[in-house]
Design a protein around this ligand. Structure first.
Ligand SMILES: Cc1cc2nc3c(=O)[nH]c(=O)nc-3n(C[C@H](O)[C@H](O)[C@H](O)COP(=O)(O)O)c2cc1C
Length: 213
């Protein structure tokens, strides 16, 4: 019974996604102590962006070392998912879109037929933790500018078939940006809500582990 955790923040100090994901993990550990965790940190140790095209274009015959290395890497990433029972993804919003290192990971792992075509992960429980410096809710000036969260839900939930819950924090830049000073109360509330949902999500993952055991 294993947890797979992926982190994508490019920082460690002050990272909101890492802190909220830690709360999910703590909730899981409280209810299921000793659960092994397989970690993949694409924020601190990015995957090579060129591996995807090499894996996609690997020929049946005459593959080069570049093709073979890329296919093998995709297989290892897929194995990490297939060997896990529950999942935790911690991925921030960057430049109104999906984090490039998470996109590289997703593109590569989806080249493995077991993940996309065979949907071998369908129904396994997963939590997506995300954080955004600004606010994008209904009625805000930049409503709809978060192009990452809907895409991540699409890939993890609909394409991979994971049973997905999310913890989202908004306005994380309010403490550092003077122009956002008036939003600090909302930011604190958003962070508190994310931590509260994270603990519950951790318990939910632990319950799923017990049922599967
Ligand atoms: C290079 C860069 C680009 C960013 N782009 C956006 C953005 O487009 N919209 C936004 O709301 N926040 C943006 N942010 C802010 C991050 O989403 C925010 O700081 C978030 O908390 C980062 O996750 P972390 O706290 O786990 O590191 C950006 C931050 C960085 C470093």
């Amino acid at each position: 019974m294993t947890l797979f955790r992926l982190d994508a923040s490019i920082r460690t100090d002050g990272s909101v996604t890492r802190a909220v994901a830690d709360a999910v993990e703590a909730g899981l550990r409280a209810a299921a102590p000793g659960t092994p965790v397989v970690r993949r940190d694409v924020g601190l140790r990015p995957l090579p962006a060129t591996a995807w095209s090499a894996a996609v274009l690997a020929p049946e015959e005459g593959a080069t070392d570049r093709h073979r290395d890329a296919t093998a890497l995709a297989g290892r990433l897929a194995d990490e998912l297939l060997d896990a029972d529950v999942f935790l993804f911690a991925v921030p919003l960057y430049n109104y879109g999906v984090d490039q290192h998470f996109k590289t990971w997703a593109d590569l792992v989806l080249t493995d037929a077991r993940i996309q075509q065979e949907r071998a992960l369908a129904g396994r429980p997963a939590v997506l933790v995300t954080a955004r410096g600004g606010g994008y809710g209904p009625g805000t000036p930049r409503e709809g500018w978060d192009h990452a969260t809907p895409w991540m839900r699409r890939i993890l939930g609909d394409v991979m078939g994971l049973d997905l819950q999310t913890s989202e924090t908004e306005l994380t830049l309010a403490g550092a940006v003077p122009a956002m000073e008036a939003l600090r109360g909302l930011a604190a509330q958003s962070l508190a809500d994310a931590h509260a949902s994270a603990a519950g999500h951790g318990t939910w993952l632990a319950r799923a582990l017990r049922v599967a055991a």
